[in-house]
Design a protein around this ligand. Structure first.
Ligand SMILES: NC(=O)C1=CN([C@@H]2O[C@H](COP(=O)(O)OP(=O)(O)OC[C@H]3O[C@@H](n4cnc5c(N)ncnc54)[C@H](OP(=O)(O)O)[C@@H]3O)[C@@H](O)[C@H]2O)C=CC1
Ligand SMILES: O=C(O)C1=N[C@H](C(=O)O)C[C@H](O)C1
Length: 248
């Protein structure tokens, strides 16, 4: 497959390396902040992979969708406009697959956290919180993965109803609030943990990325899947659609 990469930062370069080492794929173009974006730029590619920043992704999206080339989006920090993006994709008859984390390990971790949150739901003696650590170059907080985990915990646990990202000196955390904490530290690739606590015990479920390779290879595999889907059923997909098909 021929890939166009949008974004040439930490993730863009890692994805280029995965494609270069695959022996099956090639890079048609790498688009950086200085490239004027037009739909023609993407034509001739089989898939686009975007790892940029929220504003760049939203600005480039209309040209990407008009090009008719399926796009995999790893960029985080645009959860608040997800429904608008879904409509843009649908109106264009295009295909977009997004995930805040393309690592297979993280996706297994997230499903484990969801199950733990469900299991403790009937037992008020268990409380739950979530934390993430990332390198100091990360622009958004909490991470997209932590926000996804929070959504899953709220869905699975009837005792938690809202997310608190930052504590206040003015008041205590309410029992129905889920604390999601972020730490920015050195060069950490990404660490996510769910903490469950009772008077009698503590359960900690953690995932630590050992490099960016898992994010990059997951995005390329997702792009291969999306290119196939785009031929028969264009649409707005997530990593869950891809994984559910693999698991079925
Ligand atoms: N889904 C997943 O599995 C993962 C997601 N991420 C997410 O991916 C995103 C990128 O992360 P990372 O690579 O570490 O960040 P970087 O800051 O290293 O890279 C972002 C790149 O985007 C470039 N850029 C900015 N504006 C534009 C534009 N208009 N057109 C093209 N390129 C542009 C930046 O250029 P310049 O430096 O010149 O501004 C920079 O090179 C983040 O949102 C992060 O949270 C990260 C890891 C895994
Ligand atoms: O910016 C990063 O580095 C990462 N961002 C993603 C996120 O926001 O969840 C995924 C990964 O943890 C690395």
């Amino acid at each position: 497959m021929r890939f166009t990469l949008v974004g040439n930062g930490r993730m863009g370069t890692q994805v280029a390396q995965v494609i270069g080492q695959s022996g099956r794929h090639e890079i048609a173009a790498v688009i950086d902040i200085d490239t004027p974006i037009t739909p023609e730029l993407f034509r001739g590619s089989d898939a686009i992979i975007d790892f940029t920043v929220r504003d760049a992704f939203l600005l480039n999206l209309p040209a990407i969708l008009s090009s008719g080339v399926p796009v995999v989006v790893g960029t985080t920090g645009w959860d608040d406009v997800r429904e608008t993006v879904r409509s843009q994709v649908s109106d264009a008859g295009a295909s977009l697959l997004w995930s805040s984390n393309f690592s297979l390990g993280v996706n297994i971790f997230l499903r484990t956290v969801r199950e733990a949150a469900r299991l403790i739901s009937p037992f008020p003696q268990f409380d739950i919180a979530f934390a993430e650590q990332h390198h100091t170059g990360k622009a958004d907080f909490p991470s997209g993965t932590a926000l996804r985990a929070a959504d899953m915990i709220l869905e699975a646990n009837r005792r938690k109803t809202t997310v608190v990202r930052e504590l206040s000196d003015e008041r205590k955390l309410a029992p129905e609030e889920l604390h999601v904490a972020a730490i920015r530290l050195g060069t950490v690739f990404g660490k996510h943990s769910a903490f469950i606590d009772s008077e009698l015990d503590e359960i900690v479920i953690s995932h630590t990325a050992k490099s960016r390779a898992g994010f990059a290879s997951g995005s390329v595999e997702a792009a291969e899947w999306l290119a196939g889907r785009h031929r028969t059923t264009p649409g707005f997909y997530t990593m869950d659609d891809f994984l559910n098909e693999k698991l079925s």
